[in-house]
Design a protein around this ligand. Sequence first.
Ligand SMILES: *[C@@H]1O[C@H](CO)[C@@H](O)[C@H](O)[C@H]1NC(C)=O
Ligand SMILES: *[C@@H]1O[C@H](CO)[C@@H](O)[C@H](O)[C@H]1NC(C)=O
Ligand SMILES: *[C@@H]1O[C@H](CO)[C@@H](O)[C@H](O)[C@H]1NC(C)=O
Length: 199
Amino acid sequence: MASSCNVSRRPSYSSSTLVVYSVSLVFLLMISVNKAAAATNIDASNATAKVCADTKNPPLCIEILNNDQRTASGADVLLIATVTTNLSQINATDTQNYITTLLKSVTAPSAQIIHLKTCSLSFEIVVPNLNLIANILQSGGDYKRAHQLATDAMSHVADCENGFSSPPAIQSPLTDRNNNLGSLVDIVISATNLLSPFT
Ligand SMILES: *[C@@H]1O[C@H](CO)[C@@H](O)[C@H](O)[C@H]1NC(C)=O
Ligand SMILES: *[C@@H]1O[C@H](CO)[C@@H](O)[C@H](O)[C@H]1NC(C)=O
Ligand SMILES: *[C@@H]1O[C@H](CO)[C@@H](O)[C@H](O)[C@H]1NC(C)=O
């Protein structure tokens, strides 16, 4: 009786151990599936968070990307680079035209003319750089080169803006425009940097 009791107990003990092991295994599996899902979310689905994290003003970057139909409902890094390059081109061309208009103004103070001429030269580099970046992104070309061109464009926007603080120093009429363009190019810089390993 006692031995039959033992015999009947043993299998019941080991089957409950099996249940404990199985349950633990299921939990381990669930944890690793969750981790994989989270990693995919950060690496692929949420390129916006990843690109913007590397910019000077992440909330502004997120706002810019959410404000554009093409990137609002999620985009990969290449699309983010393409769209922000497009916005930068439009922005830079508009500022270039504005500089031309100001330079034609007969009432412009000579100090302003001096600095606007510097800006005109800066934008003669900024706009073609952005056009080249657009071509590279469209053709799946050298992303590292695109990144360099974006960094170079950014430094020429800064040259234009900083020019107004050197003698004869005057208030820049382009501060808001240069800041807006800088925020856009900053996103291009971050996105092309993330694309660079795929060159
Ligand atoms: C991605 O991240 C951004 C910025 O943190 C957030 O606004 C957006 O809702 C996220 N999108 C998804 C699909 O998780
Ligand atoms: C920007 O993108 C729009 C929409 O795709 C396009 O019509 C426009 O030509 C682009 N602008 C430039 C400067 O590439
Ligand atoms: C330039 O970019 C800023 C910031 O994204 C935007 O508010 C502004 O409307 C743009 N201007 C043009 C002419 O595209």
